[in-house]
Design a protein around this ligand. Structure first.
Ligand code: GDP
Length: 182
């Protein structure tokens, strides 16, 4: 087999998850990385990051996905958290409007710490709670369009769109980076 440099090329990208407390950030990550869900909010400060590997165009693409691990409860997401991010998931809870209203603040914070080329996905989580919905799909889509974000509603509880949301971001980063390299 031919083993040119191309074959051994590897990618490692940092992705951050942002959003108000209890929107489901940790559960989105544990659902994606370990296919696990926790009914109760974490009692302790959670894990810092998980690494997921995806194969794209025959290349091994590693995504190092960071969770705020509760930092946002103290309004203290540090600049180290944002440093080096290539992608971000901005999460709100479709059953709590205040968390949707906070998205622009998270986006502003992301933009002050990171390059505008960061691949961004707006995530309306807890779509299994449709019966107590407080934010419509149209509102989510409208905000995403206005801010140039991908958009998806997810449920970490029943797994709806969780893999899709992460993978769209990872593929977008890969595509941005490989365009620069070529
Ligand atoms: P974080 O503070 O943003 O990391 O949020 P957590 O992942 O700790 O979740 C907060 C609470 O929301 C927990 O009680 C979870 O069980 C619950 N939760 C998370 N995702 C979902 C979801 O998709 N649907 C429902 N119904 N509950 C969820």
């Amino acid at each position: 087999m031919d083993s040119s440099d191309d074959d051994i090329e590897e990618y490692l990208f940092k992705i951050v998850i942002l959003g108000d407390s209890a929107v489901g950030k940790s559960n989105l990550l544990s659902r994606y990385a370990r296919d696990e869900f926790n009914l109760h909010s974490k009692a302790t400060i959670g894990v810092e990051f998980q690494t997921q590997v995806l194969e794209i165009n025959g290349k091994e693409v590693k995504a190092q996905i960071w969770d705020t691990a509760g930092q946002e409860r103290f309004r203290a997401v540090t600049s180290a958290y944002y440093r080096g991010a290539f992608g971000a998931l901005l999460v709100y809870d479709i059953s709590r409007r205040t968390t949707f209203e906070s998205v622009t603040r998270w986006l502003d914070e992301l933009n002050t710490h990171c390059d505008t080329t960061v691949a961004k996905m707006l995530v309306g989580n807890k779509c299994d709670l449709d019966n107590i919905r407080d934010v419509s799909i149209e509102e989510g889509a409208k905000l995403a369009e206005a801010e140039g974000l991908f958009f998806m509603e997810t449920s970490a509880l029943d797994s709806t769109n969780v893999n899709k949301a992460f993978e769209i971001v990872i593929r977008e980063i890969y595509s941005n980076v490989s365009k620069k390299v070529l």
